[in-house]
Design a protein. Sequence first.
Length: 256
Amino acid sequence: MRTTLIAGNWKMHLLSEEARQLVRGILAGLARVPSERELLLIPPYVWLMPVAAQLRETSRVKLGGQDVHWEGEGAFTSAISASMLRDAGCEYVLVGHSERRHVFGDDARTLARKLRAALAGGLQAIYCVGEQLAQREAQETEAVLDRQLQEVLGGLGTEEMQRLTLAYEPVWAIGTGRTATPEIAQQAHAHLRRRLAEEFGEAVASQVRILYGGSVKPDNAAELLAQTDIDGALVGGASLAAESFLGIAMAGSGVS
Ligand code: PEP
């Protein structure tokens, strides 16, 4: 049984007081979110520790980092290690977000090293995959997803796979207001799960959560979350306001 995870990626947004107010708003509305839904906040690094302090009053909202370096420590200006993330209160970390791939140039080798460091460091990793618009139009979506899985997940063991979550984020849907239809998203998720089954076996594939990301909002979340292979959402823009994040967290659960 896969629990639904609703993750908010704040990217490079919010000053300290805004971050504090947002967490306060989420905590104030938490009782309305069904208990079987897990929430995750992924703030900029500088707000990890203050957010962790605010989250001490609940175990229902987890904390995650937006990226991780593959080394444990050293001369890597601006980078952050898995043990630092853990020390700051993180249980999760994103690896391979499309902005890391396309803005910062993280390639497959880099992402494979980051993923291994995250898992070896005891974190749950959310590995993001997704095709660009031209690739979808050229009907290359499945090939792109296969490559992104193979290049980075190859050789992982069953124990490591238990701490892996995938996020399918079509690049054309991130921050554009253009969401994949529930059918398009489900098709991609089902494809990813099939590939996981081929590579790691049915038992592993049926346990790995696959989140959808790309312009998820309170009014489209219910239909997306209702799909068989969609196990949660990775939310950017709509995670920056408590009401919209809570709205997504409650979507389709019968409460509003
Ligand atoms: C994201 O940051 O992963 C994302 C999906 O952003 P948005 O919800 O704004 O499209």
